[in-house]
Design a protein around this ligand. Structure first.
Ligand SMILES: [Zn+2]
Length: 326
């Protein structure tokens, strides 16, 4: 993989390439942004490009250094992932021991810490020492979707690089070009992915569309006036926190679509374009204030469940508050 193979993030890549061409490479970076958008891939390509024998600010993919990186056996490129729930201090000590020596191949040595916020506090303290006393030719790249979990002392010693969610078009393109997802499905998954390729792939795997169809029919379909029917979707949420959050996302997107349609009259802006008739009918039957209120209610339930609130109580309370009228 090379910079040219990364979908989106043109600005971030430009910054990294400029750093290389002007030889102003930071000793520590923090790549942060939502999950599944390409932070880790960009970090890997950056590490490859730094040592590429062609040396033109890109990873050529065929020199000996690029090949070693691709095969996962470049001695100066290490990827550290959490073992279980945390990155332990032992990992950081190993990094420090390696940093004491010059890179084996005479170029740059890069350590990529994936989900770096999972460092426990002893590990973070040990890392702080490394950040305070940088050594030449060693680069640390912390990759994280939860940068707010880092101690400020760590964050302030890294050069931050924020990765934005990808556009709907970029996710759509990726799904079609890389995974041969049919165009119709790709468009829908991209629209609901929130700009994350990883999320779109997950949804594709878990048959997201049939879950969404079920929810949408219960909440916005012709039977929606029946309050018992509305409550029956609580069962469709399942028991797993992750599934519940995903379904709340779907519900929020339905109300959001209805509000967008109400305000703009445009189908083009909907996440669930293929279900425009139900969304239009629901939008016509509700005021913008009610739709906005519903979005907030779902938001609140999402936050509560994300914070470990009682799942069934939260969902029931949410259902009571939603505006169910025709
Ligand atoms: Zn190369």
């Amino acid at each position: 993989m090379a910079f040219k193979d990364i979908y989106g993030h043109e600005k971030q890549i430009r910054i990294l390439r400029q750093a290389m061409s002007s030889n102003r490479i930071a000793h520590a970076y923090l790549f942060y942004g939502m999950e599944g958008i390409g932070k880790r891939s960009t970090a890997l390509v950056f590490a490859k490009a730094l040592n590429c024998r062609e040396g033109r600010g890109e990873a050529c993919g065929h020199c000996s250094s690029c090949l070693k990186a691709d095969h996962g056996n470049h001695p100066d490129l290490r990827i550290i992932e959490p073992a279980g729930q945390s990155i332990r201090v032992q990992e950081i000590r190993e990094i420090q021991q390696q940093m004491a020596f010059r890179p084996f191949e005479g170029g740059w040595r890069t350590f990529i810490l994936v989900d770096a916020e999972k460092m426990n506090s002893t590990a973070a303290n040990a890392l702080l020492k490394t950040l305070e006393e940088p050594t030449p030719l060693n680069i640390l790249i912390l990759v994280s979707s939860r940068p707010y979990r880092f101690p400020l002392t760590v964050v302030s010693r890294c050069q931050p690089l924020r990765f934005n969610p990808l556009t709907r078009e970029t996710v759509d393109l990726y799904l079609q070009e890389r995974l041969s997802v049919p165009a119709d499905t790709a468009r829908l998954l991209a629209a609901s992915s929130g700009g994350s390729i990883g999320r779109a792939i997950e949804m594709n795997d878990e048959d997201y569309l049939s879950v969404r169809n079920e929810m949408l029919e219960q909440v916005m379909g012709p039977q929606r006036q029946d309050p018992l029917r509305l409550f029956s979707i609580i069962h469709a949420f399942g028991q797993e926190r992750k599934d519940i959050l995903e379904r709340l996302d779907i519900l929020r997107a339905c109300f959001r679509d209805a509000l967008v349609f109400k305000e703009t009259g445009m189908i083009h802006y909907l996440f669930n374009q293929d279900r425009a008739p139900e969304i239009q009918s629901f939008a016509r039957a509700h005021s913008a204030a009610d739709l906005l209120k519903n979005i907030r209610i779902v938001d609140r339930a999402y936050g509560a469940i994300d914070q470990n609130a009682n799942k069934s109580l939260t969902l029931e309370a949410m259902m009571f508050r939603l505006t169910p009228k025709s």
